[in-house]
Design a protein around this ligand. Structure first.
Ligand SMILES: C[S@@+](CC[C@H](N)C(=O)[O-])C[C@H]1O[C@@H](n2cnc3c(N)ncnc32)[C@H](O)[C@@H]1O
Length: 210
């Protein structure tokens, strides 16, 4: 698997920040919309978005929720802060923080949203373990990401594999390994985005073990 460091993430998104919304706003938009629609049905009182990026999801979250967004990249967060400032009816706080080392108490959030972050964080297992720690037992973790395996992805993976190091992105990312292997309950998984390129995965933060 491609080795990515926290420094790589900061460097990559420093480059992307000015053009991120143009490059990835619309194309990954349907997945964000399905995710935020689902989050709204849960009516969470406390909501954490990890890897909040430029804040594209923020206007779509329920205004009743206390929303916390974190990201490693100050350059991306600067844009998210502009989004948040334009939403005076929302309770949003944004912080520079590593999702693999969250500065929150255990069980702090009813719901955690993870849009397009799991395959770009340095250590996805450590991220999952932190998500599970700060999510309330029985709360929801909602992930949107690409996963290997679709016919279209197979062709795309081959194309981008050689440049994936440079673009800070793992083109091969296995659903079984990174979702099903964990001891949590996958409640829903649906294909989203053009050609079903990504999956929206709804997880309950509990244990399958008896
Ligand atoms: C592909 S962008 C997704 C941004 C946004 N969630 C969206 O829907 O477009 C990935 C974001 O995750 C952030 N990120 C990656 N690894 C992270 C980590 N370990 N902790 C916090 N943020 C991280 C990056 O800085 C970047 O802003």
């Amino acid at each position: 698997m491609t080795d990515i460091t926290p420094q790589d993430v900061v460097k990559t998104y420093r480059r992307y920040a000015p053009i991120y919304d143009f490059l990835f706003g619309a194309v990954l938009g349907p997945g964000r919309e399905r995710m935020t629609e689902f989050v709204a049905t849960l009516a969470p009182r406390t909501l954490l978005e990890v890897g909040v990026g430029t804040g594209l999801t923020l206007p779509r979250y329920p205004s009743q929720a206390r929303i916390v967004g974190i990201d490693l990249s100050e350059d991306m967060l600067a844009r998210a802060r502009e989004q948040a400032d334009a939403l005076p009816d929302h309770d949003i706080s944004l912080h520079a923080m590593d999702a693999e080392n969250l500065e929150f108490e255990d069980g702090s959030f009813d719901c955690i949203a993870v849009p397009y972050v799991l395959s770009v964080t340095p250590n996805p297992d450590r991220l999952v373990s932190e998500l599970r720690r700060v999510c309330k037992p029985g709360g929801h973790i909602v992930i949107v990401n690409h996963f290997s395996g679709g016919r279209f992805w197979w062709a795309l993976e081959k194309m981008v594999k050689s440049i994936s190091d440079r673009i800070g992105f793992r083109s091969e990312f296995d659903y079984e390994r990174h979702i099903l292997q964990h001891d949590w309950s996958v409640e829903q998984a649906l294909s989203v985005n053009l050609f079903g390129l990504s999956k929206l995965v709804v997880i309950r933060n509990d244990s399958r073990a008896p």
